[in-house]
Design a protein around this ligand. Sequence first.
Ligand SMILES: [Zn+2]
Length: 397
Amino acid sequence: MPDLLGAVLQASTSSLQPGGVGRTQACPTCGERIPVVGWRPRTLTTVCGALRVERPWYHCRSCQHGWSPADLTWEVAPRARISAGVADWLIDLGGSTSFVDAQRELGKLSGLQVSAETIRQYTEERGTVLDMAEGAAAQSVLRTQEAAAPLDPAPGTLVVETDGVMVRYRSGWHEVKLGLVGGQVEGKLQNLSYVAARQPAEAFGPRLLAEAARRGALEIVGWDGPLTGTPLAQLRSVVVLGDGAHWIWELAADHFGERIEIVDFYHATQHVWTLAHALFGEGTFFAARWADFAILMLAEEGAGALLALLDATAAPSPTAATLLQRERQYFRTNQARMDYPTFRHRGLPLGSGAVESAGRHLVQLRMKRAGARWSDEGGQAVLTVRSRLISKRSLVA
Ligand SMILES: [Zn+2]
C-alpha cells in the first residue's frame, strides 16, 4: 500500500514531474523566483502505512525560508510526521476512547504505530480549535441573533434539553453542562446534536443558543403585528426541557420565539419524594404511599392538582413546614411548566431522558475512565471533539 500510494503521488503531483521540477518557484514569503536546490526525502505516516517520498526542495536565501511545493499540494504541515488522513483518524479515536486504547485499536486495525501521547496531542489540538470556533459562534449569535454556522434544521418540533454531569478534573469534581438539540417527530426525538462544556450558565447559555440557532431556532417563520407600523418577527416555536434551574428559562425567554417550557418529570418527582420524607418520615410506608399518590396526581392532572393537595396538607413539625412552604413555591413557580397531561396529549417529551442518556454515553463513558484526571483545557478539547463525533458533525474546524 505505501508503495502504491507513493506511485500515485509521484504520478499526480505536478511539482514532481520533470517539467515541474525545471521551473522556478515563487518564495511564499518574498515572492522571488527560486530554482530547485535538490531533492529531499520525507517520511510520513499515512492511512496506507509509512510512506517515504523524495520531493524537490527550494530555499530562498534572502528569507532563509525552505519549502517544497509538493508538501503544499499534499496539505502536510512543515515537520508533521502524520498525514491529514491519519490525523483525522487519531482525533476520531482520541474522542472515542482513552488515548491508550486508541493507540492499541489503531495498531490492531491498521498496523500503524502511533503513540498514545501523539494521539492525545492531535485530539487536544483539534478540540481546542473547534472549541474556540464554538466560542466565536456563540458570541456572534448573541450579537446578531442569527445562526453563525450553515443551518442544519431539526425536523418537526424543535426540542432543546439540558442537564449537568459531574466529572473529575485535576482540581476536583466539576459539573459539565450538556445541551441537546433535536426534532420531535411523531413522538420520537430525532437528528440529535450536542454541546458540552464545563462552564457557568452565563457562558454555556450562549453556546447552547448557538447550537439551537444552527438547528433553526432563530429562523423567522412569519411576521406578526399591525398592517401599518413595525411588524414583529415570528420565530420557530421551541420546546425547552430543563431540570428546574433558572438559567435555561431565562435563556429561552431572552432569545427563543414561541416556546413550551417543561420541567423534567423525573426531576419534579424528586421534589415530591423529598417532601414525602419530610412529612411522613424518611423511608416510611406512609411516605411511599403519599409520594406515589402525589406523583400520579402530578402526572395525570398536573401541578395545579398537586398544589391543591399541598395546600390541604399539614406539616408535623416546623422544619417540615418550612420545606412544605419551599416546595409549594417551587411547584407554583413552575406550574405552567408541569402541565404534564397536556404535554403528553400533544406528544411532547415529559422528561429530559435523551440528554441524561447523552450524559452517560457522551460525557461519562469517555471522561470517567479509571484513573482519568483532566486538565481544564484537555478535558474541554476532548468534550468538544466527542460532542462533534456523536452529533455526526465534521471534525474539521
Ligand atoms: Zn524569500
